[in-house]
Design a protein around this ligand. Structure first.
Ligand code: ATP
Ligand code: MG
Length: 443
């Protein structure tokens, strides 16, 4: 008995199509994942009915025409979950990035235009039939990603398939069939034709779906894809790849989901600068907030990574030192930064490079968590700009300098963070800042 159990709402949609005289088959990723023993989230359907017939059958209220020109209509299930229902189609024209399709095709035509044999299996709930003309089940059993048909031709039709093959292989720990792998290699120089958005989406899916994405990015590198897509990472080393595998992956639908993916993206750039990360992510059309997050982690790694590592290897740092690091990393990025640093150090240790021992890193993590409640940012100080004005300091850029100098005192001795203590310190702080300004302008 096959472990194929479409949800109730998928069965209802299929049944309604069949009763109107149209074959309805579940296709693609859901069948693959169910055969692999997983619990698929998205069940897509393929049918003889045209998009107009699908809309007519389910009514306007239950349908959304998401991609009519490709034959796709979203049908809301009884549980309000949208399911893609796509008319059987065949490609009439391809150019490596888009396809023009025509309807009136058979199920076989429809499966033949799919990328890999493991993605070209269909299941018909009405009869319980399984259509597997390209022997996807054999490849699932053999743990193989293999193009449907002639691999070189299929990659030429759509270059994204090269990256998809790598992602599926890493996700399921499959091998890539030799001819498919050869076609991926010959695709690499042509990946420039892909839109930045599609490449970004593949990178994000790889980071989000694959438990150990190091193997996938290694293949991006070794097939030449990385050099073409993210030139700054052309010679990414094995420590960087191993770092990816030590960072947690996003939970699907997790509340803070994209953050983990962006931590992994940041891990790619630790040997470069935050500017490299910014440029590469901008070219791939990541959002501003994603770019800022990853670039900030890279910048902090460049700034404090080495001194942190040296110090932890020498022994336990004192509390003031921990607070100073926390102040430089900032409360917002402390968690992400330490997770990234811990992963990187673990990868370095395993590669025989000097890095702090795991126990020291865990201890630092605990102290960072506790230290977050200390005053570590200017905004945490017991006085602010208004107090400086009231104390008669003329407003100007010196305010920021004064507050930073006071923060240094508080990082050293948290008990000094009271208005009285800080105001008492004010004259000395102002005098010493003016003295420094004086010396620097006199030169
Ligand atoms: P995921 O779990 O990543 O969603 P999936 O197999 O469902 O995996 P989708 O991108 O959702 O992947 O595509 C659904 C199906 O459409 C695939 O299983 C495959 O049959 C087909 N498909 C998707 N992209 C392509 C492509 N670029 N070329 C050929 N067929 C494709
Ligand atoms: Mg899918």
């Amino acid at each position: 008995m096959l472990p194929l159990r479409p949800t109730k709402s998928v069965l209802e949609i299929a049944d309604r199509l069949e009763r109107a005289g149209f074959e309805a088959w579940c296709v693609g990723g859901a069948i693959r994942d169910a055969l692999l023993g997983g619990q698929p989230l998205d069940w897509d359907l393929a049918t003889q009915a045209t998009p107009e017939q699908v809309r007519e059958l389910f009514g306007r209220r239950r349908t959304i025409p998401v991609g009519i020109q490709f034959g796709t209509v979203c049908v809301l299930g009884e549980d309000e979950v949208p399911h893609e229902v796509t008319t059987f189609r065949r490609d009439v024209k391809t150019d490596g990035r888009h396809a023009e399709v025509e309807f009136g095709a058979s199920l076989h035509d429809d499966l033949a235009r799919r990328d890999f044999t493991i993605n070209a299996i269909a299941y018909r709930p009405k009869t319980g039939d399984l259509a597997d003309p390209f022997h996807g089940q054999q490849d699932i059993a053999a743990k193989l990603v293999r193009a449907v048909g002639v691999a070189e031709d299929r990659m030429r039709e759509d270059r994204l398939r090269a990256l998809r093959a790598i992602r599926f292989a890493a996700r399921y720990e499959f091998q890539i069939h030799p001819q498919t792998l050869a076609a991926i290699r010959s695709s690499a120089p042509h990946l420039t034709r892909l839109s930045a958005e599609r490449v970004q989406q593949e990178l994000v899916k790889t980071m989000a779906q694959v438990k150990c994405p190091g193997a996938a990015i290694r293949l991006w590198r070794d097939t030449g894809a990385l050099r073409v897509l993210i030139p700054a990472l052309a010679s990414l080393d094995d420590v960087a790849l191993a770092t990816l595998d030590r960072l947690p992956q996003d939970r699907p639908g997790g509340r803070r989901a994209p953050r983990r993916t962006n931590n992994r993206v940041a891990a790619l750039f630790l040997d470069g600068s935050d500017d490299d990360a910014r440029q590469a992510m901008t070219a791939l059309r990541f959002s501003k907030s994603e770019i800022n997050w990853s670039a900030a982690l890279v910048a902090r790694w460049r700034e404090v990574g080495d001194s942190l590592s040296h110090s932890l290897r020498r022994g336990e740092p004192d509390d003031a030192q921990v607070r100073r690091w926390l102040a430089r990393v900032g409360r917002l990025h402390a968690g992400g930064f330490l997770r990234l640093a811990a992963a990187r150090w673990s990868a370095m240790r395993d590669a025989g490079q000097p890095a702090p021992p795991a126990a020291e890193v865990r201890a630092l993590h605990r102290r960072f968590v506790i230290g977050r409640f200390d005053a570590i940012e200017v905004a945490d100080l017991a006085i602010g700009g208004d107090d400086l004005r009231r104390a008669g300091v003329p407003a100007g850029p010196i305010y920021a300098k004064i507050l930073h100098a006071l923060l240094e005192l508080v990082l050293e001795t948290p008990a000094r963070n009271t208005p009285e203590s800080l105001l008492a310190e004010l004259p000395r702080t102002v005098a010493s800042l003016e003295a420094t300004v004086g010396t620097s302008t006199s030169h």
